[in-house]
Design a protein around this ligand. Structure first.
Ligand SMILES: *[C@@H]1O[C@H](CO)[C@@H](O)[C@H](O)[C@H]1NC(C)=O
Length: 624
């Protein structure tokens, strides 16, 4: 008892629902399988045959297709598909004796993998050459192989081989460990590493083995529910292989009692005042009726309105539809007048889950008042009253010192005032494209009111005076007849001066918005004014003075080349140095930095090498 209370408590915490909201779409999967049967691909044909056999569909004569299907007889997996497809369709006689080659070779090999052994054994079994294996010896061998790679997939192959050899007891021993190794996602779904193929294979071999041993199912109801959740979520399956794996696993889980319960909407998820019932399908994972479920056990435990959490129904039984085993009808006529979204908690037996349904209602509009008066409220407004869906008979006038007030109320079918999720007023120039949208808010008495201050409206529509159409929009996700009411026209006179300035700007602006924009021309900053010619000449001369002095002094005392060692290195050094200086001059005059650097690199290397050797020479001379 205590454990049960605790688990219910955890269920509440994790919002876990013990009812699946969906089933495996057997019809759709059968379509995929039917296509796979005519695909000429041996793997697709095998899986199609397997899946169709699983759902008990009639299998056409495919012997010729199997005989002519492309198949690599050296590939043990393909041989497995070929032989087993033949076995499933009773076409073994159409196989050539060559198919024996690969399986026999695999079984003779010392280092065959577990999967290859599985394929080989079951290929031979399919053509009636099932080997009587030395059970103890073979199992020992497989356990050795499992030590190398103990993935769930490999356990699945060994479990399947045990079905052949009769060592299901070993499978039963290792089942709990393998089930514990399943990965859990979102604490909702369980699957094995390797996805659908491994999950399907491992689950089906385990459940078959337990049946042979006549033991109760090893799956807890929670595990069964979580594996089922994983299977239901594989909606994107689109290959015969995926379809057949999904079907096999789904049938295995559905046949394992107590089977997980699935409840889904039969068609509609909403009611209206005319159709006040919703039909639910209560089935197992593959759409069959739940055994041992009494019709009175299907109950709507509670119903609450999402908008305000008001409880609207409790413990209302569903009615089983006559002559339909799985259809249960919920009569919601009690709440059909209060439209909105509702959360219904449905229970089947001891399990329950929440479903959202909508109560769609019709709305109608009462009278609408259009009042035009001064912004400051000094004079009483002039009111025009309209009834839906009539239009204003004349064009009303309003200028920028006035405001236009719209007042209306929304009612349901029974004339009760209601509020809607969306209520808008749209103002748009006749024949124009601009528009201004205003949100209408209800007050406490659910009366809607919108004040249009003409002065501020002008800013939204470019101060363009003239005729505007005004319309009211009403909508709600739970309303079956959203309304659009075109009220007619109002002529707005916006402020003159503003509109004069603006209409020019607007014309330019409008063309700018649609046409190409003017080209952008960049202007550089004007250079600063230069100093007078005389000043710059004086400064140029001042800069050149030291050079002049040097030349003068050279002329006077002469140049002494006496210490210059006349070796090739010295000559080269001075030439290279001169070259560098000349390059520097050229850099000033015309070369770019990168070109200069390109010329400088070899020159610099030359200068460095020759300079180095010159210096060494000078140093040696000094020593001597
Ligand atoms: C639902 O219940 C109401 C009142 O009990 C009844 O009038 C109505 O006919 C029921 N609807 C259907 C479809 O049976």
């Amino acid at each position: 008892m205590f454990i049960r209370v605790v688990s219910v408590f955890f269920c509440m915490l994790a919002a876990c629902s013990a009812i699946l909201q969906g089933t495996i779409d057997v019809k759709k999967l059968q379509g995929i399988l039917d296509e796979g049967l005519i695909s000429k691909d041996i793997s697709s044909m095998y899986h199609s045959l397997k899946g169709l056999k699983q759902i008990g569909a009639k299998i056409p004569d495919v012997c010729q297709d199997i005989k002519s299907a492309k198949c690599d007889l050296n590939n043990i997996e393909q041989v497995f598909y070929l032989t087993n497809a033949a076995a499933l369709s009773g076409c073994q006689n159409f196989l050539s004796p060559d198919v024996l080659g690969a399986p026999v070779r695999v079984l003779d090999k010392k280092d065959a993998s577990i999967s290859d052994i599985y394929y080989a054994v079951y290929s031979l079994k399919a053509i009636g050459k099932g080997q009587t294996m030395e059970k103890e010896e073979a199992l020992k061998n497989l356990i050795q192989l499992l030590k190398k790679d103990d993935s769930p997939a490999n356990y699945g192959f060994v479990f399947a081989l045990c079905e052949h050899m009769g060592c299901e007891a070993w499978t039963a021993q290792h089942t709990d460990g393998i089930l514990l190794s399943a990965d859990e996602s979102d604490s909702k779904a369980l699957h094995f590493e390797g996805g659908l193929p491994v999950t399907s294979f491992v689950l089906t071999t385990i459940l078959r083995s337990f049946k042979v041993l006549k033991k109760p199912s090893p799956l807890s109801p929670e595990q069964r529910y979580k594996f089922a959740t994983y299977l239901v979520s594989r909606r994107s399956v689109n290959t015969p292989r995926g379809a057949s794996l999904l079907l096999e696993a789904a049938y295995a889980i559905a046949d394992d009692q107590p089977t997980p319960i699935c409840i889904s909407f039969k068609d509609r998820k909403y009611i209206t005042s005319e159709m006040d019932t919703i039909e639910f399908s209560v089935t197992d994972l593959i759409g069959r009726a739940i055994p041992n479920l009494k019709p009175e056990e299907v109950v709507a435990q509670s119903g609450t309105r999402l908008a305000d959490d008001v409880v609207v129904l409790s413990k209302q039984p569903l009615v089983k539809k006559q002559n339909e085993l799985t259809t249960f009808v919920l009569n919601l006529s009690k709440i059909k007048t209060q439209y909105g979204m509702y959360k219904i908690s449905l229970a089947a037996g001891t399990k329950s889950s929440n479903f959202n349904v909508a109560v769609l209602g019709e709305i109608q509009l009462g009278n609408l008042e259009v009042g035009i008066g001064d912004v400051d409220g000094t004079t009483s407004p002039k009111v025009t009253t309209l009834t839906y869906p009539n239009k204003l008979t004349d064009v009303l006038q309003a200028d920028h010192l006035q405001k236009v007030s719209l007042k209306f109320s929304v009612k349901d079918k029974w004339n009760k005032p209601v509020s809607v999720q969306q209520a808008f007023v749209r103002v748009a120039p006749v024949g124009g494209e601009d528009e201004a949208i205003f949100v209408a808010e209800p007050d406490n008495t659910k009366a809607y009111k919108v004040d249009l201050n003409v002065g501020s409206l002008g800013k939204l529509v470019q101060q363009l005076s003239g005729r505007y159409t005004v319309s009211v929009y009403l909508g709600d996700s739970a309303v079956s007849n959203p309304l659009l009411w075109d009220l007619g026209e109002i002529s707005f006179q916006f402020s003159k001066d503003l509109s004069a300035i603006d209409s020019a700007g607007r014309r330019a602006g409008a063309s700018a918005v649609r046409g190409p924009l003017p080209e952008i021309a960049h202007t550089f900053r004007e250079p600063d004014a230069r100093p007078p010619r005389f000043v710059s000449d004086v400064f140029a001369a001042a800069c050149a003075a030291p050079l002049l002095l040097l030349l003068l002094l050279w002329a006077k005392i002469g140049i002494n080349f006496g210490n210059l060692p006349l070796t090739p290195a010295a000559l080269l050094f001075h030439l290279a140095l001169g070259g560098s200086l000349a390059l520097y001059g050229l850099f000033w005059l015309q070369l770019s930095m990168f070109v200069t650097l390109r010329y400088l690199t070899p020159l610099a290397a030359l200068t460095f090498l020759s300079g180095h050797s010159l210096l060494r020479r000078l140093a040696q001379d000094k020593k001597r």
